[in-house]
Design a binder for this molecule. Structure first.
Ligand code: IPE
Length: 257
């Protein structure tokens, strides 16, 4: 089974509040369907979550009652986004159901804890694809917190032991330096702790690479037990399907050694 995260930057326009990219999502859902692989999809919140969450500092937990309407609003917005993603999966012929992360996870001081595996396991047993997403989730210590799609991926990987965890983003993978500034930047096809240490110390001043290196670190922490984590560019048609089908794709693979 494949665990796939559709990043917020691929499924929405991150600069505009609640702007869904229907064409991109529809194509990616068709690619998943055509690969014939069993999958669980997690999607990011993009501009349906980040804009309001940042404005009201929801990631820091409860600090004032002004945040409460924003908590409800973000939950509303990401549910609408999730319905749109599910609509595209259904259109592609995949029976899928949106599962709000709060129905199976709780947070404890910012850490995601699996509360109840049953909603997900029972959907899978019926041949239905559970679709999770980045959301506001209640936190035992902080009142509430942000559960990112990446945190949901980590929890699901632990629970479902997928063959691969695929992170679909708008970049090709991790580069030796920022490809937007350095024409000699090279894509790193395989990342280990050693490689990452070198890249992140050399590139620590750079925001773009720093961000990707941070993501790679999370991916490295996640892999193990034979599971690999892959970062691919989902804006290139065919990339996701080729990867799922085991074909050669430009990407960065994180491997624990
Ligand atoms: C963020 O989820 C969740 C909220 C802001 C509510 P992600 O961190 O997974 O979303 P993207 O992929 O960066 O958009």
């Amino acid at each position: 089974m494949m665990l796939i995260k559709l990043g917020g930057s691929v499924i929405t326009d991150k600069s505009q509040y609640r702007r869904f990219d229907k064409d991109a999502v529809s194509r990616l859902c068709r690619e998943i369907a055509e690969s014939g692989k069993q999958a669980v999809v997690v999607h990011g919140a993009g501009s349906f979550g980040h804009i309001l969450a940042k404005r009201y500092s929801l990631q820091d937990g409860y600090s004032s009652k002004e945040q409460i309407p924003a908590v409800a609003m973000v939950q509303h917005d990401v549910r609408e986004l999730s319905s749109m993603v599910v609509a595209e999966l259904l259109e592609a012929g995949i029976p899928a159901v949106s599962v709000p992360p709060g129905s199976c996870f709780v947070m404890d001081d910012g850490k995601l804890v699996i509360g109840d595996e049953e909603p997900i396991r029972s959907l899978l047993a019926m041949g239905i694809m559970p679709v999770l997403f980045g959301d506001v989730v209640m936190d035992r210590k902080k009142g509430f917190g942000i559960c990112s799609g990446d945190q949901a991926m980590e929890a699901l990987a632990e629970m479902l032991k997928p063959e691969k965890a695929v992170f679909v983003s708008d970049i090709d993978g991790l580069y030796t330096s920022d490809p937007k500034k350095d024409p000699d930047a090279k894509l790193i096809p395989e990342v280990t702790e050693e490689v990452l240490k070198k890249v992140s110390t050399e590139q620590s001043v750079d925001d773009v690479t720093g961000g990707v290196a941070g993501k790679m670190k999370e991916m490295l922490d996640m892999c193990g037990n034979g599971m690999e984590c892959v970062l691919i560019n989902g804006t290139i048609p065919g990339n996701l399907q080729n990867l799922l089908e085991g074909k050669e794709v430009k990407c960065t693979v994180a491997r624990a050694i």
